[in-house]
Design a protein around this ligand. Structure first.
Ligand code: GTP
Length: 221
């Protein structure tokens, strides 16, 4: 695919996957193109990247960081989910966390970091998925420009679509560095906490309470 096609292929929203995803050669073309633009930006900002020993390779380095790390979850498919039979017909709440969350805010492109917790109420005649896959799913959707409200929903939607549970809860507690390192310069202790509930987890206040209690207990360890 040519450089222009790579750009034409982009989805409309900054936190959605591009249509068809990008292979290694397409991502390399995107990196080369981004590095050129970053050189221009450095020139505008009067950063002498051609002569300064520290910033000489920074445009290419930053381009690679965006394509292969910070925005990677838009260009490659989501992680494969390993499924197991729910042979014991297990029907109680499973809670996993804290899962390390690393993402980037859509407004200032500053880091978001914190913890995610996922609660699953499996279907007795459905499947159980490998525990590590929840961490991989959080990593995947974190590598996009995000706001926290959409991040929990994207994680929820993917798990619901792939595993069809009776209920699901996703909770994130995170620091937004756009608030702590600039602008209002809030305390590093200042977090945003939000949750989303699906299916029986959305309708049962007892299940919600059990999930939140398990999150608090996992947070203390
Ligand atoms: N609701 C929500 N807001 C966020 C999130 N991340 C960052 N923000 C806020 O989005 C807003 C960005 O919009 P603007 O008000 O145009 O940005 P700004 O003028 O640089 O504002 P300040 O950050 O207050 O200096 C800021 O208030 C951020 O704190 C998020 O995940 N959810």
């Amino acid at each position: 695919m040519t450089k222009n096609n790579v750009l034409a292929n982009c989805a409309r929203f900054g936190n959605e996957a591009v249509d068809g995803f990008l292979d290694k050669a397409e991502r390399a073309a995107m990196m080369a193109s981004a590095a050129e633009k970053l050189e221009e930006l450095f020139d505008v900002l009067k950063i002498d990247h051609r002569n300064d020993h520290n910033t000489r390779d920074t445009p290419a380095r930053v381009a690679k960081m965006f394509v292969e790390e910070i925005l990677h979850g838009r260009y490659v498919p989501p992680p494969k989910i390993t499924e197991f039979e729910n042979a014991a017909r297990y029907d109680q709440l499973i809670v996993t966390g804290p899962i390390e969350l690393r993402s980037t805010c859509a407004h200032h492109m500053m880091p978001i970091y914190g913890s995610a917790y996922i609660g699953v109420l499996p279907s007795v005649d459905g499947k159980i998925i490998g525990l590590s896959k929840y961490d991989r799913i959080v990593n995947y959707f974190g590598t996009r420009l995000q706001i926290q409200e959409e991040l929990v929903k994207q994680i929820e939607q993917y798990i619901v679509e792939t595993t069809n549970p009776r209920g699901l809860a996703v909770r994130i507690s995170a620091v937004h560095m756009c608030k702590t390192h600039r602008g209002v310069r809030a305390s590093h202790a200042s977090r945003m906490v939000n949750s989303t509930f699906y299916g029986e987890m959305a309708t049962s206040s007892a299940l919600k309470a059990e999930f939140l209690q398990e999150c608090a207990a996992l947070d203390r360890r």
